[in-house]
Design a protein around this ligand. Sequence first.
Ligand code: GLN
Length: 453
Amino acid sequence: MITLKEALKLSPSDILALRAELKEKIKANKHLGAYIEQLTSTEIGDEYAGIPIAIKDNIQVKGWNVTSCSKILQGYVAPYNATVIDKLLKAGLAPFGRTNMDEFAMGSTTESSFYGKTLNPLDNSRVPGGSSGGSAAAVASNIAIAALGSDTGGSIRQPAAFCGCVGFKPTYGRVSRFGLGAYSSSLDQIGPITSCVEDAALLYDIIAGHDPKDSTSSKLEVISTADKLDANKKLTIAVIKNYIDEASDDVKKALNLTIEKLKNSGHKIIYKDLSNSKYDIAAYYIIATAEASANLSRYDGVRYGRRAECKNLGEMYAKTRGEGFGAEVQRRMLLGTFVLSSGYYDAYYIKAQKARAFIKREYEEILSESDLMFMPVAPSVAYKFGELSDPLKAYLSDIYTIGVNLAGLPAITVPVAKDDNGLNISAQLIGKAWAEQTVLDGAYSLEKSIKGN
Ligand code: GLN
């Protein structure tokens, strides 16, 4: 597949040919489940012209059956475009195909989708990661030039790492969330999944910027990054040593080799530790589920999508929600409602907010002495299907990605090695708030040193 950079130079007729080629490839790769099956002609972009970009199924595209891969949103048709979609269209790009995801973006494997699972293109017996597993699998298997995902606790960075592509989560507030199906509003952020760092910068430049429709979007001026990408900038990189030491042997080995490469490229390496990551998990799963329980209350059988057969109002709510939400989503809404309930609010929710402030400070302290932090993306390579069926085990697998969302920082994951079975290992680089350029420069340098040019 060509890169986004190359696609941006194509003539309109070449773009048409590319779209036709992609349609065929998508059909031929149906078994991967990267896209949602049976896309309508609208969803495959027949109403738009432009360079095709795959879209996670929680981003509103006018006229599409956008469902967050949930049963409860079957039949819902988006009446408007998310701001990121309008920005794509303005730049000559176009939404093309809904990609698979964990239901309501809750998960790390894409196994909880209403439509069934997505296979990891590198090994079909393994998960593609999640929740943006469809977007990552589509890019990694060359059936998308680039894709949009959303990242609440790692859902762009981790699937990109499991499938072997680049995943970039911008600073919280950099990209409008208007039209993104809300999971946890203080953590969610839309970002690119691409085949290389330069494409991530190009797509980021297109979607970033203030949006009056999203009150949390920043008014800071966005300065384009792709045209300034610099692999030769010498950076101070703080390696988070205890996180690397905790990871699996393969990941540890690959990241230690990568650190040597970064040194050889002239970057200054310093070593730091972060506090026990179990606090990140606890704080994240309290805050995310609390916000989710509020956000998902809107799916009541009245306003959106599917309504269950019912005799009265109470039954309508209960049956619609009972039948429409999957087990994991129900678990999280119950947990979120519990931690917000009056008797437990101080014990859990307030404590989690304090932990969040502490975690943010810790990241900021390390970043006051460095330009970037360097750490693993996940404790291991992609899991086998079913391996993470215990919810607590699944939550624990998010240890290296969720701190970034709690702190609101920009972060990128870049492939650095393959294990003996050909599975991908990526490294994660984290920057200061609003320092997307530095994150992308570091990633660009890392990518070049890995590719050996
Ligand atoms: N795996 C995390 C969760 O389940 C992150 C999901 C995400 O970033 N959307 O919440």
